[in-house]
Design a protein around this ligand. Structure first.
Ligand code: FES
Ligand SMILES: [Fe+2]
Length: 379
């Protein structure tokens, strides 16, 4: 992907300790199916190029038809399994490189088997290559991942879209791979206590600035919200924002299954909106995709590069920490989630279990939060 940091391929399975139900030894990788996941950046699929990606351990081949539609097929020919990405794409159909079977890119329907003669009765159009719903939003190609071998649900929601609050804004994208199970990536994303240690820097916050915090949370469908509040006063960017508008700064942070963290910051007419998703590539590899948009200072051309370099540094600090953590997780340690700093992580596991159970039983989902909760921690 564009702007990738170093690609890491440290392999380690998450621990199957009691407090860490990431994935079990029986082979269930602990993925959440039937959701949209970002596969590649839109800018990566151009012309008649075929691009490969992996989501939830499913190999995909992606491209764009001549009329501009993005598509995602399983990167495997239904005939003998060779990756379709080794074949050819004519702008409409993908032709397998082995025996030349041709598949309509958007539907996966087979349209030609060159070896058939007029004697053959085989109904070519009944053969399909694996294909997945695909939509482009915010500069990403999103793929709706259903577990191979299962049917698409009758109706599927639209792919996620970053909230924006005015016309005319800057938008930027970053990504970074983490050598961990998606659950570790997600709980890392919602963990407040690592900030002063991992992200120490003069312009953000330092170890000496650790102080007690009280944050209110509330349940939202499939997730939880850190209720709208005034952000930490000791962070330079917030101070600056307040100075620019003279109005109070508020921030709201949501986590929503399967993997989305949304943050909205407002101060007067200025706003900042960001989304981080942690996408499972394999059970031992996930990727953070971070997109941010803001109307803060369209008139300050330096804001984008400065913001990007800060955000990159943040992500790199998290990445390094997770590489180090993966080293430890290889040896299957028992892990702990403690109150209250790790409570959001417990809620995440609770949401995940609740969702799976409600899908299994068809009953309403049991939410780990029954109402507003106030958490206390030092960070
Ligand atoms: S393997 Fe693809 S056409 Fe035979
Ligand atoms: Fe972090």
């Amino acid at each position: 992907m564009n702007d990738s940091f170093s690609t890491v391929a440290v392999s380690s399975l998450p621990s199957a300790g009691d407090e860490n139900p990431s994935c079990n030894a029986a082979g269930d990788a602990g993925f959440l199916w039937d959701f949209w996941y970002p596969a590649v950046r839109s800018s990566e699929i151009r012309g008649r190029k075929l691009v490969t990606a992996m989501l939830l351990e499913v190999p995909l081949v992606l491209g764009r038809t001549d009329d501009g539609r993005a598509f995602a097929m399983r990167d495997s020919c239904p005939h003998r399994g060779i990756p379709l990405s080794y074949g050819r794409f004519d702008g409409k159909a993908v032709e397998c490189g082995y025996h030349g079977w041709k598949f309509e890119a958007c539907s996966g329907r087979c349209i030609e088997i060159p070896s058939l003669t007029s004697q053959d009765k085989l109904k070519v159009e009944r053969i399909f290559a694996g294909h997945f719903p695909c939509e482009e939003r915010d500069g990403y190609v999103w793929v709706y991942m259903v577990q191979p071998g299962t049917r698409l649900p009758e109706s599927i929601p639209r792919a996620p879209q970053l909230p924006v609050f005015s016309q005319g804004y800057k938008i930027t994208h970053l990504d970074c791979e983490l050598p961990s199970h998606v659950d570790q990536g997600i709980i890392g994303l919602m963990d407040p206590a690592h900030g002063p240690f991992v992200h120490q820097s003069w312009y953000w916050r330092s170890r000496v600035s650790i102080h007690e915090k009280e944050k209110k949370f509330e349940p939202i469908p499939n997730g939880f919200r850190m209720s709208t509040h005034a952000p930490s006063a000791n962070s330079a960017p917030y101070k600056l924002l307040k100075r620019m508008t003279g109005e109070p700064v508020t921030t709201t942070i949501d986590f929503v299954l399967p993997n989305v963290r949304l943050e909205e910051i407002h101060s007067g007419k200025l706003w900042f909106s960001s989304r981080a998703t942690v996408t499972p590539v394999r059970r031992d590899l996930c990727r953070i995709d971070f997109v941010a948009a803001w109307n803060v200072a369209a008139w300050m051309p330096l804001v984008v590069p400065i913001f990007r370099s800060f955000a990159k540094k943040f992500l790199r600090q998290d990445q390094l920490t997770m590489i180090q953590q993966a080293e430890g997780l290889k040896h299957n340690p028992r892990l702990m989630l403690i109150d209250d700093a790790d409570r959001p992580a417990k809620w995440y596991f609770g949401l995940k279990a609740g969702l799976l159970e409600s899908r299994r039983t068809g009953e309403a989902m049991v939410h780990p939060l029954t109402g507003p909760v106030t958490l206390h921690w030092r960070s």
